[in-house]
Design a binder for this molecule. Structure first.
Ligand code: NDP
Length: 313
């Protein structure tokens, strides 16, 4: 690791709606922000098709196009956007130290954490073995590969419902595996699922095994009330059971809750470390929307700006 540091006033880590919005506000406040995008510039919205609930797009917009707009707007005001991952931090000293890709050291007066969250997996061996060979956590990314075939999806939240409906437009049939006798998803999404003729919901059902030698050929499910096992021939197996916040790299310094979400002060993006702010899905397990992430990104930049001017950095 290099100890030759590059110094910056305001460092933003992560490039979803939260990170880009923080960048727009920080750049317009002349903080000359530097952003490291992470492994997947644009974040989770890069896996989304139509976004219909982000204000300002009356006809809707594709997730990747929306993130391109965010990026352009951040660049327009001079954000220094770079590709790289924060692999280590030291928030016990000031300026705050952040190592990128285990090599480059950045020293920042203020840091905005916006690394988001990522998909959870079931944790069964066959899911791992066949990952990329029929197993996916992103219907929008991979659904196309299973066009005109039968697929299965696990989960019962809004994401699972949204993805089941998406898949139902591409695939001949969607088998939806729900572990309880009800769904967590909003009523409108549940109604859409149960009213889609080529989606079958398997209630009280869990995935016993994903079957296939080199590619997915079927899924065996077990009814957790009756123990009855059913094998459903499918080519694609989609996991949509929630997300994990990307906070591991910060946890030695930053307070997180029992699920790993960064704890911020009420009505604020302040973390337990002065001059370090957290926004977006990294600290929000309640709303998790692009628009709320953007809102907290704005808050983080405004709070960083105020703090920096008070410190006379
Ligand atoms: P959620 O945490 O809301 O739902 C996860 C689902 O996966 C639950 O139904 C849960 O079951 C199920 N699950 C978890 N672990 C397992 C397991 N091991 N086996 C089987 N099932 C499992 O995650 P989502 O990603 O769906 O949604 C996250 C947030 O984003 C929510 O607040 C949601 O409302 C929001 N969202 C909003 C959208 C929109 O407004 N357009 C679109 C997508 C998401 P159980 O219910 O039994 O716990």
């Amino acid at each position: 690791m290099s100890n030759e540091a590059e110094k910056v006033h305001c460092l933003i880590i992560g490039s979803g709606p939260a990170g880009y919005t923080a960048a727009i506000y920080a750049a317009r406040a002349n903080l000359k922000p530097m952003m490291y995008t992470g492994l997947r510039p644009g974040g989770q919205l890069m896996d989304t098709t139509d976004v219909e609930n982000f204000p300002g797009y009356p006809s809707g917009i594709l997730g990747p196009e929306m993130m391109e707009d965010f990026k352009k707007q951040a660049e327009r005001f001079g954000t220094d956007i770079r590709f790289g991952i924060a692999t280590k931090v030291d928030f016990s000293v000031h300026p705050r130290k952040v190592w990128i890709d285990d090599t480059k050291l950045i020293e920042a007066d203020a840091v905005i954490l916006a690394t988001g969250a990522e998909a959870k997996w079931l944790g069964i061996p066959s899911e791992k073995r066949l990952n990329g060979s029929g197993v996916s956590a992103c219907a929008v990314c991979d659904g196309f590969f299973y066009k005109n075939t039968e697929v299965a999806i696990v989960g019962a939240g809004d994401t699972a419902c949204e993805e089941a409906i998406y898949l139902s437009k591409l695939c001949t049939h969607v088998h939806m595996i729900v572990r309880r006798d009800q769904m967590r998803a909003s009523k409108i999404m549940q109604d859409r699922v149960v009213n889609t003729p080529n989606i079958t919901v398997y209630w009280n059902s869990e995935t016993d095994e994903v079957l296939g030698e080199t590619v997915v050929e079927a899924v065996r499910i077990v009814n957790n009330k009756t123990n009855e096992k059913t094998t459903i021939p499918v080519h694609g197996f989609f996991v949509a059971i929630g997300h994990q916040p990307n906070s591991a790299v910060f946890k030695d310094f930053i307070t997180t809750d029992d699920q790993g979400y960064i704890v911020t002060a009420p009505d604020s993006t302040k973390t337990n470390i002065e001059g370090v702010y957290a926004c977006g899905d990294l600290q929000d397990k309640v709303f998790r929307q692009a628009v709320t992430a953007a809102g907290t990104g704005c808050m983080a930049a405004l709070e960083a700006e105020r703090w920096l001017s008070e410190q006379h950095f």
